[in-house]
Design a protein around this ligand. Structure first.
Ligand SMILES: [Zn+2]
Length: 160
């Protein structure tokens, strides 16, 4: 995994929640962004809302919660470190055949919207309902920064 601990976890979250990676090759993505592109990108990212979990891919390809941000919507909802994400609003995660359904579910999320995640915790399934919050300024800055880094070939030291 490239990048620092922060960018690695941001990238994982971006993959899972359709963050900056969604712009790679997209209409808003050019080799050199204009101010208008950044404006559009920031608006789109902010519209996704924020949950406050960092995830990492497990050996089986699932996403496990690596950290829950203190005071975040995820913490209020009851997410715990080690929870493995199974489904979002009933749509299986990590199932290629459910890609379109998952895209639709994600596109309907945003600040103030509620979603129910199915997770496995200590071997049993559990439903966690969370209300997405506004994306904090530092998180938005990290998402945008990660996208900018994707356009560069700068070597970034890994801390893990
Ligand atoms: Zn771009």
């Amino acid at each position: 995994m490239k990048g620092s601990l922060l960018s690695a976890s941001v990238a994982a979250v971006a993959l899972l929640f359709g963050g900056t990676a969604a712009y790679a090759g997209g209409e808003a993505c050019r080799a050199a962004h204009t101010q208008a592109d950044y404006q559009k990108m920031a608006e789109k990212l902010a519209a996704k809302g924020w949950l406050g979990i960092d995830t990492e891919k497990t050996a089986s390809g699932a996403y496990a919660v690596k950290a829950v941000v203190a005071g975040s919507p995820a913490e209020r909802a009851g997410f715990q470190k080690g929870d493995v994400l199974v489904a979002l609003n009933g749509v299986q995660l990590g199932d290629e055949s459910q890609k379109d359904a998952l895209y639709k579910v994600k596109s309907e999320l945003g600040p103030g919207k509620t979603a129910t995640y199915t997770v496995t915790r200590y071997g049993s399934e559990k439903a966690i309902t969370a209300t997405y919050g506004e994306v904090p300024r530092d998180v938005l800055a990290a998402w945008l920064g990660e996208h900018v880094l994707e356009h560069t070939s700068v070597a970034v030291a890994s801390v893990n």
